[in-house]
Structures are given as structure tokens and as C-alpha cells.
Design a protein around this ligand. Structure first.
Ligand code: NZQ
Ligand code: ZN
Length: 392
């Protein structure tokens, strides 16, 4: 196991009806003027925004609001948010929504105290200052409610890029699983795929003797394999929703990833897809992650056998371990298909002829990237090709 620091200062406020406590927690964490930031309308329609406003009113905390965050959140709205916060003297940002709203909030939080263009921090400059952010989560997916990461798309060129800093970890995150009951099945499945991908990015490692994190990863994956079909079949199943919601947070606070080298190539490769085609991140991962697995499994066949046997219930074939590894990957892809995810370019709405553009945008030049198996641009091209034609 490698040396590590684990810093996860977020207070998670979990359970039914807890959004009504938003005002109390803003006060606890020192907010005196709040920006309520939200998306395209689901949180307004469900009455959640009214609940949050009432809670702030009750706590005597003034606020302004900015809706309209799109999935794959854009820099253009971030600039508006920064201006609004400066004009209104906002000192605390409350994201009410999913990963896109939270990431947009984090970008505004970075931009308000910064003298230049906030995009600098999405182009490699470290975050040195940020307003405090908190969340009321409405979808189990990105894990942004517990992470220090934020991913924003620059509308000019549809360039999707991220930043990360412990300064961006939310002060608190309110997580009421019943809020996720209004999600369309497709979004629920996209979220589930993202959660599993966050674990796999950490599970496939060259670090040995990481039993504790291996087992934590497998617990999250087994939970997702069990609970996702339950909520797809019965969207109002609170208990299954609750398990998935907490799994989404555990998957991405880095609790499952400490002490080990991590990969993250599938996310990088996917971000070019959701950047170019504006598709849901989870759907893009359903196409890319099994393709990446197929391409790299030979790097450590036994690790893929571990996934196959422990997560997907495969029998170990000791004479032909590769067959076990490939069967595990096949079962993963089949699981994704069964929950309604696309598994190839056609189903996603991507085009094979765009592969050179995707590779170009990925932008590694002649270098390599990734923590499990280093990939160069030819490897990445090959993974996009596998993804383009994948079938069961
Ligand atoms: O905009 P509204 O109307 O709210 O609709 C949203 C949106 O259309 C809808 N939705 C959310 N909660 C709902 C609901 N509809 C009905 N009922 C509810 N309770 O769902 C759609 C998707 O929302 P979005 O926030 O985009 O989903 P998600 O949480 O998957 O976030 C995706 C974004 O997060 C980034 C992704 O790249 C993508 O841009 N990621 C962020 C990470 C992080 N910050 O740590 C890590 C991830 O790997 C990921 O890259
Ligand atoms: Zn993700």
C-alpha cells in the first residue's frame, strides 16, 4: 500500500426530508449571502427550490438565484454566476441539483475571488482560493457532492476540462434519496454507470497488497449490481435509492482509492465524447469503459479475473484465465445493456469517422497517459474503435 492523506471534510446530511435543514447548515458553515444555483427545472418542478428558499428564509439568510445549468455544464453560465455573485456580495454557493449543477457552482466559487479568467484553473493552474460550496443532491452519479473535482465545458470548441482541489470539497451535502425518485430511468442508469466507473478507475491498479480498498471497491460494485435493476423496475423504491445514493458518494470521495495508483483513462477518453456530442457522461462511460477493459486486460489478467469472479459471479477457469477475464467484461457490458445503457457508438449517437478528432482533442500528442496501463494516441484510437463496434 502507498502512503496517503485522506481528507474528506464534507458533512453528509442523509435521509428523507433533510433539504428543509439547508438554512441551518448554511448558517453553521458561515454563509451570510447565498447563491442558489440549479439546473433546467427539475428542482423547481419538484418543489425542492421552494423548500430550500423557505429554509434559508427561516434561518434569516438572504439569497439570490441562478438556474439554467445544462448537463455538461458550460463556461458561459459560470461567467454569469461569477458576475452575479460579485454584484450581490455572495459569500456561499448552494448547488441544488446533480453533478452538473455542483460542478458549475464550484467553478463560480473558483472564479469569484480570482482576478483573471476562471478557465485558467481548468487549464492546469492550481486553485488557490474559492468561496465555500454546499450541495442538495438530486441524482446519484458524479460523486461531486463529496469530491474536490469540477468538470466544465468551454462552449467555444466544446472543450471539456476539469480541475481539482480540496478547497472545492463541499462544506455539507444534503442527500435525500427520495429526491432521486423523479429521475427518468435513463438518467438513473447513467448515474449507476458513472458510480461503477469511479470504482473501476481505482480498482485497476498496479499497486499490490491493497486488500482493504479492493474489498471496499467490490462492496460498492456488488451493491450497484444488486440495487440498480431494483430501481429501474421500481423507481419509488426508497431503500434501493438510498443504497445507490450512498454508494455514489463512497465511490468518489476517494475512500476506495487511497493507497493505490489509479487509472482514469476511461474518464479522459469519455470526456471527449460528452464534450463533442453533448451526451450524458454515464452513457459515454458505458460505451468506453468495457472497451478500455477489453483493450488493457492483458496487462494484468488476474486482476480482471478477480473482478469477474468476485463481482460478476464468474467461475474461475484456471487453465484459461483470459477466458474468465473476458467473460467478466462481457457480463459487465451485458449488465449495462440490461439497465438501458448504450454499448457502442451507434447507440450513443457518436460517429466512427470522428475518431481522429476525438483523439486530437484528447491532446496527449506523442506522450502517454494513465495509471494502470500507459496509453499513447494509437492505443486511444484503438479503444475508440472497439467502442464504435461493440456488441454483446
Ligand atoms: O437540469 P435538470 O432539470 O435538473 O435535469 C437534470 C439533467 O437533465 C436531471 N435531473 C437531476 N436530478 C433530477 C433530474 N431529473 C429529475 N429528477 C431529479 N431528481 O438529470 C440530468 C442530468 O443531470 P447532471 O447533473 O448532468 O447529472 P450528473 O450528476 O451525472 O452530472 C454529470 C456531470 O458531472 C461530471 C460529468 O462529466 C458531467 O458533466 N462529473 C463530475 C465529477 C466530479 N465533479 O467529481 C466526476 C465525474 O466523473 C463526472 O466527470
Ligand atoms: Zn464519472
Amino acid at each position: 500500500m502507498l502512503n496517503f492523506n485522506f481528507y474528506s471534510p464534507t458533512e453528509f446530511v442523509f435521509g428523507k426530508g433533510r433539504a428543509a435543514e439547508a438554512g441551518h447548515f448554511v448558517k453553521k458553515y458561515g454563509g451570510t449571502k447565498v447563491l442558489i444555483h440549479y439546473g433546467g427545472g427539475s428542482a423547481v418542478k419538484s418543489g425542492l427550490i421552494d423548500t430550500v428558499k423557505k429554509s434559508l428564509d427561516d434561518a434569516g439568510i438572504p439569497y439570490c438565484e441562478l438556474g439554467g445549468v445544462k448537463p455538461n455544464p458550460r463556461d458561459t453560465l459560470v461567467y454569469k454566476g461569477i458576475e452575479l455573485c460579485r454584484a450581490e456580495g455572495v459569500d456561499f454557493i448552494l448547488a441544488v441539483g446533480g453533478g452538473s449543477v455542483i460542478d458549475s457552482s464550484k467553478a463560480i466559487a473558483v472564479g469569484v475571488p480570482y482576478d483573471g479568467d476562471f478557465w485558467d484553473m481548468y487549464s492546469g493552474k492550481p486553485v488557490e482560493k474559492a468561496l465555500p460550496v454546499a450541495t442538495v443532491l438530486t441524482i446519484a452519479a458524479a460523486g461531486s457532492e463529496g469530491s474536490g473535482d469540477s468538470v466544465i465545458t468551454k462552449e467555444d470548441g466544446m472543450l471539456k476540462r476539469g480541475t481539482g482541489s480540496d478547497l472545492l470539497r463541499p462544506r455539507f451535502s444534503i442527500m435525500d434519496p427520495s429526491l432521486t425518485q423523479t429521475l427518468p430511468a435513463y438518467q438513473t442508469a447513467c448515474g449507476a454507470t458513472d458510480i461503477m466507473a469511479h470504482v473501476f478507475e481505482r480498482y485497476f491498479t498496479n499497486t499490490t497488497e491493497v486488500e482493504i480498498t479492493d474489498r471496499l471497491c467490490e462492496a460498492v460494485l456488488l451493491t450497484m449490481v444488486k440495487e440498480t435493476p431494483r430501481v429501474i423496475a421500481d423507481p419509488d423504491n426508497y431503500e434501493a435509492r438510498a443504497n445507490i445514493m450512498w454508494a455514489g458518494t463512497v465511490a468518489h470521495t476517494n475512500l476506495c482509492g487511497v493507497g493505490r495508483e489509479q487509472d482514469w483513462n476511461s474518464h479522459g477518453i469519455e470526456h471527449e465524447l460528452s464534450g463533442l456530442y453533448d451526451v450524458a457522461h454515464g452513457a459515454g462511460l458505458a460505451v468506453i469503459m468495457p472497451a478500455w477493459m477489453e483493450y488493457v486486460h492483458g496487462h494484468n489478467v488476474m486482476r480482471f479475473c478477480q473482478m469477474a469472479t468476485r463481482v460478476f459471479g464468474c467461475q474461475m477457469n484456471y487453465e484459461n484465465p483470459e477466458a474468465t477475464a473476458l467473460e467478466g467484461i462481457r457480463r459487465f457490458r451485458s449488465f449495462l445493456k440490461s439497465i438501458g445503457m448504450p454499448i457502442n457508438f451507434t447507440e450513443l449517437g457518436a460517429k466512427e469517422e470522428d475518431i481522429p478528432t476525438l483523439v486530437e482533442k484528447f491532446g496527449i500528442g506523442d506522450g502517454t497517459t494513465g495509471g494502470f496501463m500507459k496509453l499513447n494516441r494509437n492505443d486511444i484510437t484503438e479503444i475508440y474503435r472497439i467502442a464504435a463496434h461493440a456488441s454483446l
